[in-house]
Design a protein around this ligand. Structure first.
Ligand code: GLU
Length: 495
């Protein structure tokens, strides 16, 4: 075994320099949790803000955790969110491949290089994988750490199974800098000689990410703060290779409440879940951007940001190191605002499937129903229940006809419905204006408030106390025949 210098030189030559380069490096788990989405977003924003390059790398070294179709969820989420990557498994790029399992040979070579440079060693000890992963063993006693390299190489050549471990200095301290957490110093004796290359030749995550970030020319590493404690070991690896250390940006977790991190396992919603709950992607992104980042200066008070506005405003110094609490109410507030700001056509497009969940009768105009809903829903999933009365008049309580403000009770309502029925039957045309004008002038003729006439009519045609839209719009959508049938049913109920 001799080190192939040319290989390493060629790899170095491929690394792009001179621009900000960031990567989103998800493990394919089958869903995108909120913290992950936030990492993707911040990573994207840092690159775009600086006119740099954003790349996607799939970290699938943990083969045991692979989930079928999981990378599709990643691609789909990124595309829906508009977080377009410049390099990645699907689009290629100068430092391909972008999937860790396809880079397997690279890690082995670099692990050997690190052994050669004295910062790693072959270890032949029988240790359980779990022990390797947790790092809970006494490295001081590892007999392989002090094996002469020639002897170790001979055992490797003879086919003895081995792992490659990082050789952490026994003394001294390691300091690393994080953009939001500042300088952190740890005593080297608290760090374990972690496994870099496993018995099966696959790298551990802790090794692969350093190799890839270097070979992909990553300038800013954005990730969850659960990796903060591994950062000193990463620094020692970069130093062991003689490589420049990227800027670390660790983000505090997104919490469900003061004590608990959000977690899919405990039922907290992922990005896909939020969408299924009726939230719009731009609203989710906007809210997630503010979970752990705040704008500065002129925009300090601004809440609503498009993705382009975020690109302009985003600054690493605005990232907070305190954990952010995910507040569904706040997201709902953002969502309601986004829904209201859509054009009527856009709103209709997103609302249609939800309207059609309960309004199956094609005769009822989806765009008219949608225009009633736009100002009245906070999330799309509110819709089906709000418009369920179109297809079938619900069983309703006669008490609904009594309303103090409208000056109605059962007797007044019966009178109103009986009087308005022929008017509806004989109305020359069935338009919103015609219905409206007739009702208003008829109320005047009867000497009653508009509401005294409109309230019972709305109850009769909708059978609900609260409806999107008033009597006029509902009658118009239902059409003359159905309106008359429902008014007659109301009269029967009240008689
Ligand atoms: N694959 C890691 C994860 O999904 C990424 C950590 C990193 O970005 O370095 O948590």
């Amino acid at each position: 075994m001799s080190i192939d210098r040319k290989y390493f030189e060629e790899m170095e030559a491929k690394i792009p320099h001179g621009k900000v380069r960031t990567r989103f490096a998800p493990s394919p788990t089958g869903y995108m949790h909120v913290g992950n989405l936030r990492t993707a977003l911040y990573t994207y924003l840092i690159a775009r803000h600086a006119g740099g390059t954003f790349l996607l790398r799939i970290e699938d070294t943990d083969q045991g955790r692979l989930v079928e179709g999981a990378t599709d969820v990643i691609y789909r989420t990124m595309a829906e969110c508009g977080l377009s990557h410049d390099e990645g498994p699907d689009v290629g790029g100068p430092v391909a491949p972008y999937i860790q399992s396809e880079r397997r040979d690279t890690y082995g070579k670099y692990a050997e290089l690190l052994v050669e440079r004295g910062h790693a060693y072959y270890c032949f000890c029988e240790k359980a994988e779990s022990e390797e992963d947790s790092g809970e063993f006494d490295r001081a006693d590892d007999p392989c750490r002090d094996l002469p390299l020639e002897e170790a190489k001979a055992r490797v050549a003879a086919g003895e199974p081995y792992v490659i471990r990082q050789r952490i200095p026994k003394e001294g301290t390691t300091t690393f800098h994080d953009a939001s957490f500042g300088d952190i110093t740890v005593e080297n004796k608290t760090l374990d000689d972690q496994v870099l290359l496993k018995r099966d030749g696959l790298p551990t995550y802790n090794f692969a990410n350093v190799i890839d970030d270097h070979l992909m020319g990553i300038t800013h590493v954005v990730r969850g703060s659960e990796y903060l404690s591994s950062a000193p070991k990463y620094n020692l690896l970069y130093e062991g290779f003689g490589w420049e250390i990227p800027t670390y940006v660790h983000c505090s977790p997104v919490m469900r409440d003061a004590q608990h991190k959000m977690s899919k396992r405990n039922g907290d919603p992922s990005y896909e879940d939020l969408k299924a709950q009726g939230y719009l992607t731009p609203a989710i992104l906007n809210y997630v951007a503010l979970l752990g980042w705040s704008p500065r200066g002129e925009q300090a008070e601004q809440e609503f940001f498009t993705l382009d506005e975020l690109v302009k405003a985003f600054d690493i110094s605005g990232i907070s190191k305190s954990p952010a609490i995910f507040d569904i109410e706040k997201l709902t507030y953002f969502n309601a605002n986004y829904l209201r700001n859509l054009s009527p056509g856009e709103f209709c497009k997103v609302a249609t499937p939800y309207i059609r969940e309960s309004v199956k009768n094609e005769a009822y105009s989806v765009s008219e129903i949608s225009s009633l809903l736009q100002a009245r829903c906070e999330k799309l999933t509110d819709i089906p229940e709000k418009v369920d009365f179109f297809d079938a008049l619900p069983e309703y309580d006669v008490e609904f006809y009594t309303n103090k403000k409208s000056k109605t009770d059962a007797a007044v309502s019966l009178d109103m419905l009986q009087k308005v029925l022929p008017k509806l039957e004989n109305l020359p045309e069935w338009t919103n204006d015609a219905i409206h004008d007739m009702l208003v002038s008829f109320a005047e003729e009867l000497g009653v408030k508009n509401a005294t006439l409109m309230w019972p009519l709305r109850i009769a045609v909708a059978g609900k106390l609260v409806t999107p839209g008033g009597a006029v719009e509902i009658c118009h959508i239902l059409g003359r025949e159905e309106t008359i049938a429902r008014v007659k049913a109301g009269i029967a109920k009240l008689s």
